[in-house]
Ligand binder design. Structure first.
Ligand code: OGA
Ligand code: NI
Length: 437
């Protein structure tokens, strides 16, 4: 059906059929001239009474025709104009989305829409499962963010990949790796690692478990849906849902896993027989990375581990459902991580980008690789030698995408910092600014 409705389409069709007719056919055609000649001849032969009858017949036919044309033509132009006006309106949406966005903001009660959405406890996945074909307004990012998001990413740079093969066995390889870690952590704040010691099968299995959690029955999943961050298992949609200017197209289940892990029975079923192994392997890898980073900073290899940088660990298992209008929203707004170090497992979908020299660079998925990035706290304690770099995740029409971000933290010293980070949300500014003197 036309955007102007059935009725107007019909009018337009009528109007159009007249409008498209050759001008002469609307008047009296040459062919009809010859009919006139025929009639004239017939009058001459049949007398004046039939002449009168025919003249009145013709004049009334003409009257009807003229009235009909005037009527339909004026309707045709009227409907054309309506269409034109509507197009102008649509144009305004497309060209000046900022203005329309502001109008929307005024017209809808964002807080209560968010509250209603949050109370459903089924996150973005719940919306997608219900069959929505449009991204709800609460997820619409401001136009500058969205416009910026979907320019093609720069391809002249690529984030460093560091091969950890032989890091413990061969001294010269070790030295070379430390050098690469230093360069990447100073330059990029991001790098990928391969041959890191965690078997591919474990990584693959963890992604399977994350998908399985999100595919659980809603009633089972809802038991973990909470905004109480003192819990060991926190499942929700956007930790900053109620404060952020626009929601992200992402659900997350968070596990506060070390130093005090939840009991296995406290874990959602899909993670129960998997979490201990994944965590142990991640802790070992974390210790290795902190050793390398310590050396890179000219410290004793055990320095960062000794000050407990690798003591606390949290896993953030993200789920980015396929998005019907990815150009309107974003998976994760740009941010830096609020920890010492993050080790990220991502699947094959892609969408993670890092800001480098003021350009967004893709972090390409590599099945056996893990992504490592310096967090705010490591930037802080390294006096800015190592950089905590902004990154984000684009929404995608294909999906779901899953990722597991393992955050190394030291809880006792970050209480104040974290509460500031939680309260400010992903507002595009570093949480460190608040703590700088
Ligand atoms: C994060 C993060 C990226 C991803 O959890 O802080 O940046 O790919 N995640 O999910
Ligand atoms: Ni992050």
């Amino acid at each position: 059906m036309s955007r102007y409705g059935k009725h107007n389409t019909a009018l337009q069709t009528i109007g159009m059929s007249f409008y498209n007719m050759p001008y002469e056919s609307l008047l009296v055609s040459k062919k009809q001239d010859s009919i006139f000649v025929d009639i004239f001849l017939s009058i001459c032969t049949h007398g004046s009474s039939s002449l009168f009858l025919l003249l009145s017949l013709f004049s009334s036919l003409y009257l009807v025709l003229i009235l009909y044309l005037t009527f339909t033509k004026s309707f045709f132009f009227f409907s054309l104009q309506r269409g034109y006006l509507q197009k102008q309106k649509t144009k305004m949406v497309a060209v000046d989305a900022g203005e329309v966005q502001t109008q929307f903001e005024l017209k809808y009660d964002r807080a209560s829409e968010i509250k209603a959405f949050d109370e459903m406890k089924t996150g973005v996945k719940g919306l997608v499962d219900s069959g929505i074909s449009e991204v709800p307004r609460i997820f619409h990012q401001p136009p500058d963010i969205v416009g910026e998001s979907y320019v093609p990413s720069a391809t002249q740079f690529s984030i460093p990949v560091i091969d950890l093969q032989g890091v413990k066995e061969d001294p010269s390889t070790h030295t070379e790796i430390v050098k690469q870690v230093l360069n990447a952590s100073q330059e990029w704040g991001f790098f990928q690692i391969i041959n890191h010691g965690i078997p591919l099968s474990v990584l693959e299995e963890m992604k399977v478990r994350v998908r399985r959690f999100y595919e659980l029955d809603n009633e089972l999943k809802k038991q973990f849906y909470t905004r109480d961050t003192s819990k060991k298992v926190v499942y929700n949609c956007n930790f900053d849902l109620h404060t952020a200017p626009a929601a992200n197209w992402r659900d997350t289940v968070y596990f506060d896993i070390a130093p005090d892990p939840p009991k296995p029975e406290e874990l959602p079923e899909p993670f129960r027989d998997m979490m201990v192994e994944y965590t142990d392997r991640m802790m070992n890898l974390g210790r290795l990375l902190f050793e390398l980073i310590s050396e890179a900073l000219g410290l004793n290899p055990d320095h960062l581990v000794k000050i407990d940088c690798a003591k606390g660990l949290g896993h953030l298992c993200h789920y980015y459902p396929a998005c019907p209008q990815p150009e309107l929203t974003i998976g994760t707004s740009k941010h830096t991580d609020s920890c010492f170090l993050t080790v990220l497992l991502q699947d094959h979908i892609g969408g993670l980008q890092v800001l480098y020299e003021n350009q967004w660079i893709d972090v390409p998925p590599v099945p056996e690789a893990l992504v490592v990035n310096i967090g705010d706290l490591l930037q802080l304690i390294s006096n800015d030698r190592l950089v905590s770099v902004e990154h984000r995740v684009l929404a995608n029409s294909i999906g779901p995408r899953v990722s597991v971000a393992s955050f190394f933290i030291r809880e006792t010293t970050v209480v104040e910092y974290m509460s500031h980070f939680q309260q400010k949300g992903l507002d595009g500014k570093s949480a460190l600014l608040h703590f700088k003197i």
